[in-house]
Write a protein that binds this ligand. Structure first.
Ligand code: DP6
Length: 348
């Protein structure tokens, strides 16, 4: 059968991840200005069904995109340039009609970043379909998926593996690369193996400034050079902390990274503030709770108002009680989502 008559489908479910050292600033084709480290979540996922079949009309990409079972022209338009780039390696994308149907396990407007789970699922589907359609085995399946996930959205390249992942070239890790993420689980002390991430939804809905626009603002940022230097240094420090099982060092470094990210936003040539009064109220509460209890609760923030609470899973019971008694009132409609470190994407 020629490729033009091929019918094939595949489905991947892929998770989001939370950055501990943040990727903020890029160069070239989606290359990071600094290395970053994250862990993969278990509950916040995107499931993507990717089908190809005979194409009737014209040249170029022919796509139907459904999001949560509804046709979604806005997402479809966003996806086109990605698929056009991907056709450099996956030439069959031009020869077949494509039907993609995608849905999230968390509400789209909840303020949880979905580009990492969406593009990692998409890239994994591309790799699986490539093997099915061409009969060729990809030499390094997950590395290829990480590469294409990165082209879709930088942080997505860290979602193709479970556990802890590092993206970006650093002298502190042999084999690290700007092109793809690498898994670093084998280096991680058991103190960090079971960790929780409770996402407090301080504000739902679209952010005032997208991550993509935020990255671009670093281009003319007066502190960009210092930031890249500190992030590179923090990557080395966090690797040592993860190896040693140093929980206090972890708290200090991860919170400083989150605050530096927001400080960069506030000091960019076009300044902006994504934290809300309730974000700050929660940060204060976390600090007080930690001082009073000695428990290892810490926060991190993405480019938005929501707060990620991190803690060792062994402390979950006391911390979940604290969330219910003291923090839930700061969340929009009392919404929060519990995640643990996840095992990574699943082929369905
Ligand atoms: C603050 O990966 O969403 O979450 O590459 O433009 O799609 P694009 O940006 P994106 O940026 C994520 C920024 C961050 C930090 C991080 O995840 O490392």
């Amino acid at each position: 059968m020629s490729i033009q008559e091929e019918t094939a489908s595949v489905c991947w479910k892929s998770p989001s991840n939370i950055a501990l050292v943040k990727y903020w600033g890029k160069r070239g084709e989606q290359l990071p200005a600094n290395p970053s480290i994250s862990f993969t979540l278990d509950q916040a996922t995107t499931e993507t069904n990717f089908k190809v079949g005979p194409k009737t009309e014209g040249s170029g990409i022919s796509l139907d995109f459904l999001f949560e079972n509804q046709k979604n022209p806005i997402f479809e338009e966003k996806l086109m340039p990605f698929l056009e780039k991907a056709s450099r390696d996956f030439a069959w994308l031009n020869d077949l009609h494509i039907e993609i149907s995608s849905s999230n396990t968390f509400p789209h407007s909840s303020g949880i970043a979905s580009s990492a789970s969406a593009y990692s699922a998409m890239a994994l589907c591309l790799c699986s379909l490539h093997e099915k359609i061409t009969g060729e085995k990809l030499e390094d399946f997950f590395s290829t998926a990480s590469y294409w996930a990165r082209i879709g959205s930088g942080s997505a390249c860290r979602s193709v593996y479970g556990g802890y992942n590092l993206w970006g070239s650093t002298p502190f890790l042999e084999g690290s690369s700007d092109q793809v993420a690498v898994n670093i689980d084998h280096l991680v002390h058991h103190n960090f193996k079971d960790f929780s991430d409770t996402i407090l939804i301080i504000e739902k809905g679209k952010k005032a400034v997208s991550s993509t626009a935020g990255h671009a603002l670093l281009k003319q940022h007066p502190f960009a050079g210092t930031r890249y230097h500190l992030a590179a240094e923090n990557t080395g420090k966090l690797l040592n902390i993860l190896k040693a099982g140093d929980l206090d060092g972890f708290i200090h470094l991860v919170e400083a990274e989150a605050l530096m990210l927001h400080a960069l936003m506030m000091t960019s040539p076009t300044p902006f503030i994504l934290m809300k009064p309730n974000t700050l109220a929660v940060l204060e509460k976390i600090k007080d709770f930690r001082n009073q209890t000695g428990l290892h609760l810490l926060f991190t923030l993405d480019a938005g108002a929501n707060v990620h609470l991190l803690n060792p899973e062994s402390e979950d019971a006391k911390i979940q009680e604290f969330v219910k008694n003291e923090l839930i009132g700061f969340c929009q409609n009392q919404t929060y989502f519990c995640n643990h470190i996840g095992k990574g994407p699943e082929l369905k």
